[in-house]
Design a protein around this ligand. Sequence first.
Ligand SMILES: [Zn+2]
Length: 359
Amino acid sequence: MLKQVVILGSLFLFTFSSCIFNNAHSQNGDPPFPDEEISASNNLETATLGAGCFWCVEAIFQELEGVKSVVSGYAGGHKRNPTYKEVVSGTTGHIEVAKIVFDPKVITFEEILEVFWTTHNPTTLNQQGYDVGTQYRSAILFNSPKQKATAERSKAAYATQIWDDPIVTEVTPLGDFYLAEDDHQDFYSLNPYYGYCVAVINPKLDKFRAKFADKLKKPKIEEVSSIEKIEKTEEEWAAELTPEEFKVLRQEGTERAFTGDLWDNKAKGTYSCAACQLPLFSSDTKYKSGTGWPSFWEPIQAEHVGSKTDNKFGWNRTEVHCARCDGHLGHVFNDGPRPTGLRYCINSVSLDFEKAKEE
Ligand SMILES: [Zn+2]
């Protein structure tokens, strides 16, 4: 009796997961997805793509607006529950793939494929750069006749426009998908200084971000509401601030990289607005960005830092300022480290630093 219940239970789970995820499996046989609640009723869609090492593919697609989640896994092979070791040995027939869950109302499968064609080389058979083997072959693993048609149309119309050599990308049914081991999930975000990430993924990400700037996720910043504003005339500010401070804080100037007092400051303490002394950032969220400006991944309190879109130099940036005096601080970008993924790039001149008292 007990056995029957177990069998019925697993049949139910299998049926449940397979209709949503095309026979997805995890390494331990459990229903696999962290985003398992995603279903057809949420009007989300999945795309499964092979484009070389899945660390790279995952890092790229998770930055796109409309992409809800990306996981790394194995598909297109013949062995059940393959391990990473088996897949990279090239004997199981699997491809390293990224499974992308996206909202087609925000980004279409076709647009996802445009990013796919642009961010890997679909003309090199079983190879991406230095990564060689059938596990790195270029592939679109479709999950519906509609996806198949879109993939073939995109391959013929888009890929051949941007590549001179023949496209070798497979367009093939998805079949069984196996979630890769935990170590391979979110690899780039968790290991940004790992050699491969710095040498191979960073340059790819830079090119991708420049080309698809209008398709990237925008930083999410809360509206400023509870701060009591300080308002002064520009003459009053000019009398109070040094000429450098006035230029940056009141005229949205930018100090030259590596010239400020605080970009390399490693002391523990609090960074406040140089004009009104509102606390803005803590040393706990400061990190070395390599840009030559103090960089933080989060304000000390969300409502202390305001933001607005800035179209200077012809590209969309998000300007950030002190919520109390409106003094310009710098910009926020979405290429920062975990947990927020944000980079608050701030002028030293806009900040006063107060060292924490020794315990
Ligand atoms: Zn201020």
